[in-house]
Design a protein around this ligand. Structure first.
Ligand code: WT7
Length: 655
């Protein structure tokens, strides 16, 4: 079987790091790539030594493929690395978190204040019977208490399992039960697009079937008064108000000396199908990976205001809103709500008012901003921005160019960062002061990481399309799947039989003449038209290049002759209307850009696309629609109405 992927789109634009940026960047000598490649284990040991260890490690890597340990004879505490070492020094009074709620309420928390509150909450958890090795579930809106609760768990050696506040009671219940959490931390409610999200009410529903939970701690989202709309009964003996417990808690709690390989947290990721996987991250390796990548990918300096727009419910929030930035003593912006609330310029208003210098967001957001129009960012002074980042999906070259021009003022480098919940930290990304960038390419593995493009027989593809593999273990990699190590081995290390040393992330990619990587999307989504394997990314990017198109998703649908034909779902930019002539124009446009082979048979215009709550397009459901099947599992969708509406529309068009 041939698993190679055809390469259709060629992008020739390339941007060297701006001279001024490179001059002052933390890293500007390309030799770092060579040094790290020469002795990768020594490189990582050096990075790990920038953390504060309670007992210094002597061991680096222990690799019994596919199982791994790093720094296994060392002990440390993640919360002490994020807090204690800063409050002893110059960062003591610096802002750790600048928070803004969706309704506009604001809080700024210094390192000293965060340190005290984390100590207090650590004592609260202890008082509720949480011990080292236990699990604590966290189900909160994006408020500072997310970071406080996570770090408090880390302080006493309990593993946290954060469940995104947008998830349903059933999802929360299943995640709590899978890892048998003892305590749940939640809130009366949160805000999203002006609506109250009734978290406690959802939690109460989940708690009907969670025998392991002994106590529930409830944060009042609005300090001093409960959100009336969200209010539910507090169950005597089980439920406790956060502020009451904090009031009586001591602000001194000695950090536990955790072994480097002790679990720091579990985070559930749904993958494409089936039961969510509890991804397990450990303490020493994870902290090494996130501290290193935050510092150098984002070129983090003392006066930066770093805004990672992700929710802590995703790994991006764990690594680049909490652990990575705080380990570096950074100042972070945290924003609770939607980007279009109350107006479509909310992000740019936030950037201007808080003086954001580094912005890290997702292609789905960037495409929404493009769709809404250039006038929204144009209203604001974004001149303090100096670096932009992207994560979560391949970024289409046109969206990349728009981001560079309209947000970055043609001044800021863009770091397109490829990684996964499982990798813990960014793996493939430019170093902004060194690596030239190309719109749509995550460029190359960071120093310390090793990737290759392989065919199905594990033969390296120098230039062309194939399967992405990570070829050497790295400190922040997942250690297992909670309670199911066999699934860990099967999912990530059996793609190439007899090669348990090769990690398969599930993505297809291409490599160009410079050895740069271009992620083509999940291999499960790859199209197969008349024997040509085509990545979804390339056809979608061709569509997005058309001035009328804001966003596109393509899928293969069964076809008698070609095997598969391409069906495209297209969202138009504001100011454009759908028509059959536009449909024909778009089909021709794709044929022109990348060849007749990729010309979509069907195009359906849609105001929205079905997305997961983290913003990834769910092509699996679009395939169900295109092939006229009943819809598969829709429980992880952000808005189930979108897909139901699309199905009706598609069927009406067919008949
Ligand atoms: C999958 C991982 C990484 C944190 C957020 C998502 C896709 C992620 C990129 C990128 C192309 C990307 C991949 C990957 N992905 N970043 N820069 N370019 N694709 O974490 O939910 O675990 O998803 O997201 O397909 O495998 P996740």
């Amino acid at each position: 079987m041939n698993d190679d992927i055809d390469v259709l789109l060629t992008e020739t634009r390339s941007f060297p790091p701006p001279a001024e940026f490179a001059r002052t960047a933390l890293l500007n000598d390309p030799n770092i790539y060579l040094e790290a490649a020469n002795d990768t284990e020594a490189f990582w040991m050096e990075q790990a030594r920038t953390l504060e260890w309670i007992r210094p490690f002597t061991k680096g890597l222990e690799w019994d493929a596919p199982h791994v340990k790093w720094f296994s004879d060392g002990t440390l505490n993640a919360s002490a690395n994020c807090l204690d070492r800063h409050v002893r020094g110059a960062k003591r009074n610096a802002a750790a978190i600048i928070w803004e709620g969706e309704p506009g309420d604001r809080r700024t928390i210094t390192y000293w204040e965060l340190y005290r509150q984390v100590n207090q909450f650590a004592n609260v958890l202890k008082g509720l019977g949480v011990e080292r090795g236990d699990r604590v579930a966290i189900y909160l809106p994006l408020i500072p208490e997310c970071a406080i609760a996570m770090l408090a768990c880390a302080r006493i050696g309990a593993a946290h399992s954060v469940v995104f506040g947008g998830f349903s009671p059933e999802s929360l219940r299943d995640r709590i039960n899978d890892s048998e959490c003892k305590v749940l931390v939640t809130a009366d409610g949160g805000y999203r697009r002006g609506q109250v999200v009734p978290l406690k009410r959802n939690a109460d529903k989940a708690l009907e079937e969670t025998p392991s939970i002994r106590h529930v701690v409830v944060v009042q989202r609005r300090q001093g008064s409960t959100i009336q709309e969200a209010h539910t009964e507090m169950k005597e003996g089980r439920d406790h108000w956060y502020h009451r417990l904090m009031h009586n808690a001591s602000a001194q709690c000695e950090p536990e000396a955790m072994n480097a390989e002790d679990v720091l947290y579990i985070l559930y990721t749904s993958g494409t199908t089936g039961k969510p996987k509890g991804i397990v991250h450990t303490t020493g390796g994870y902290m090494t990976g996130v501290a290193y990548t935050t510092k150098y990918v984002f070129d983090l300096k003392d006066d930066d205001v770093f805004w990672c727009t992700a929710d802590v419910g995703w790994v991006t929030g764990h690594s680049y809103l909490v652990y990575g930035p705080l380990a570096n003593g950074a100042t972070c912006l945290m924003y609770e709500g939607a980007p279009d609330w109350p107006e479509k310029d909310r992000f740019w208003d936030l950037c201007e008012r808080h003086g954001v210098t580094i912005l890290y967001t997702a292609p789905t957001a960037i495409r929404a901003f493009m769709k809404w129009g250039d006038q929204h960012p144009a209203k604001h002074d974004l001149s303090r921005l100096r670096l932009l980042g992207s994560v979560g999906e391949p970024i289409n070259p046109e969206a990349w160019m728009w981001y560079q021009q309209h947000i970055g003022g043609n001044r800021c480098p863009i770091v397109d960062t490829w990684w996964q919940t499982e990798t813990g930290a960014i793996v493939i990304s430019p170093l902004p002061g060194i690596t030239p960038t190309k719109p749509g390419s995550a460029t190359m593995p960071l120093p310390g990481f090793s990737a290759a493009l392989l065919d199905i027989r594990a033969k390296e593809i120098d230039v062309g399309g194939g399967l992405l593999a990570l070829t050497k273990p790295w400190p922040s990699m997942l250690r297992t799947i909670w309670g199911d190590d066999a699934r860990y081995v099967e999912t990530y290390f059996t793609k190439w039989p007899g090669r348990p040393d090769l990690y398969f992330p599930g993505d297809g990619a291409k490599r160009d003449d410079d050895g740069f990587y271009w992620i083509l999307g999940r291999v499960d989504d790859v199209l197969n038209v008349a024997g040509h394997r085509i990545g979804t990314m390339e056809v979608e990017s061709a569509l997005v290049e058309h001035p009328a198109v804001a966003e596109a998703a393509v899928v293969g649908k069964a076809h008698d002759i070609k095997g598969q034909a391409i069906a495209a779902f297209v969202t138009l930019r504001e100011g454009f209307t759908q028509s059959s002539s536009l449909r024909d124009e778009l089909r021709e446009f794709v044929a022109q850009k990348i060849g007749a082979i990729a010309k979509p048979d069907d195009i359906l215009f849609s105001a929205d696309l079905p997305k997961t709550r983290s913003g990834k397009i769910m092509r699996r459901l679009l395939r169900d629609i295109a092939e006229g099947r009943a819809l598969g599992d829709t429980t992880t969708l952000a808005d189930p109405n979108v897909v139901a509406g699309l199905k009706d529309q598609y069927e009406a068009q067919e008949s």
